[in-house]
Design a protein around this ligand. Structure first.
Ligand SMILES: C[C@@H](CC(=O)O)C(=O)C(=O)O
Ligand SMILES: [Zn+2]
Length: 325
């Protein structure tokens, strides 16, 4: 993929079969068809975060006077871990990232003076009142009419949060899924996003639910271990390079990998996470994401009942071996 805004060599190389995600104008009726069927689509021209078009490092540095959440990583990967699951995790878990509170001015200085082998930085701050009145004023001018109409039309639950994402060039958020609907708005710079259907679960091997890396794929896309994860060679997904002003609908439970283009400068994005709507009438055959939710519940129930996560695999094998296979 390339355009006159970026080139192919700015995308990291993976051995994956990837189709393109369609890019449609916001008033194309097919946009609603994609969203209502939980299929990803890039939406152009909706001006969802047009009031943030002036956001750059200097503007944010002037307006954001507090301390904000910055993730530090020893490499270019920012694999999310759930702190609350660390102490109950039997294996000795060593996170590759750490979370600090940092003044925006310090964050800007560090990324402007970043040198090879320095820790990489990724600001990931919930947009709440702590970001200051100017940012809040830009926030209230987002195109809430458009996005609220989508929320209501698709019977989604409430907006849970917006993350302000300011990333160094080349940073990667490795493959994972979220249990929320997501409108992902690109403000500055270019981000490549790779998506897989929930049914690709068997090719992406997410960590166990009790693990701090719950929801995150175990597969290192840059160096896949095909002995441990043989189905990964069959993974097939979708990709897009999101441009400023575009919005990607990331359906809940869809796996996604996100990278800021190599040598593309820093990037700014804002996501909009919505709770899933009420399940309502169960319709068969079940959707792939419903089966992922069922698998999660089985793991949770077994973990709670056995009180020992190392027994879950053995018990599941006992159920399946020679009986279901
Ligand atoms: C944080 C974001 C990834 C990224 O932008 O690096 C993501 O996974 C999401 O919005 O669900
Ligand atoms: Zn995500």
């Amino acid at each position: 993929m390339s355009s006159n805004h970026y080139s192919e060599n700015q995308l990291r190389k993976y051995s994956l079969k990837l189709d393109k995600i369609p890019k449609l104008n916001y008033n194309d009726p097919k946009v609603d068809e994609y969203i209502s069927s939980n299929e990803p689509v890039v939406i152009q021209g909706c001006d969802l975060v047009a009031s943030a078009n002036s956001w750059d490092l200097d503007y944010l540095k002037r307006k954001m006077m507090g301390k904000y959440t910055v993730i530090l990583s020893q490499n270019h990967k920012f694999k999310y871990h759930d702190e609350k699951k660390i102490q109950s995790c039997k294996t000795d878990f060593k996170p590759t990232t750490r979370r600090v509170q940092m003044k925006f001015s310090e964050f800007v200085d560090k990324i402007k003076n970043w040198k090879k082998n320095d820790e990489r930085l990724y600001l990931q701050q919930v947009l709440d009142n702590s970001v200051g009145i100017s940012i809040v004023q830009d926030f209230v001018k987002f195109n809430w009419n458009w996005i609220t109409e989508k929320q209501i039309k698709n019977n989604w639950g409430s907006l849970t949060s917006n993350l302000l994402l300011v990333s160094m060039e080349g940073n990667v958020t490795p493959c994972h899924y979220d249990e929320q609907q997501n409108f992902y708005a690109q403000v500055k710079g270019y981000k490549r996003i790779i998506l897989f259907r929930p049914s690709q679960f068997k090719c992406l091997y997410p960590h166990p639910v009790y693990h701090p890396y719950d929801r995150q794929s175990q597969v290192d896309f840059e160096k896949p271990d095909y002995n441990r994860f043989p189905n990964f060679k069959d993974a097939c997904g979708f990709e897009t390079v999101l441009e400023p002003g575009e919005v990607l609908y990331i359906p809940m439970y869809w796996f996604h990998h996100v990278e800021s283009l190599l040598r593309g400068g820093y990037t700014i994005s804002i996501n909009f996470w919505y709770k899933a709507g009420p399940t309502g009438q169960i319709v068969y055959p079940l959707k792939d994401y419903q089966k992922v939710a069922i698998m999660r519940n089985v793991e949770k129930m077994l973990n709670d009942a056995l009180r020992d996560s190392t027994e879950v695999g053995t018990l599941l094998k006992t159920i399946v071996d020679g009986r279901y296979f």
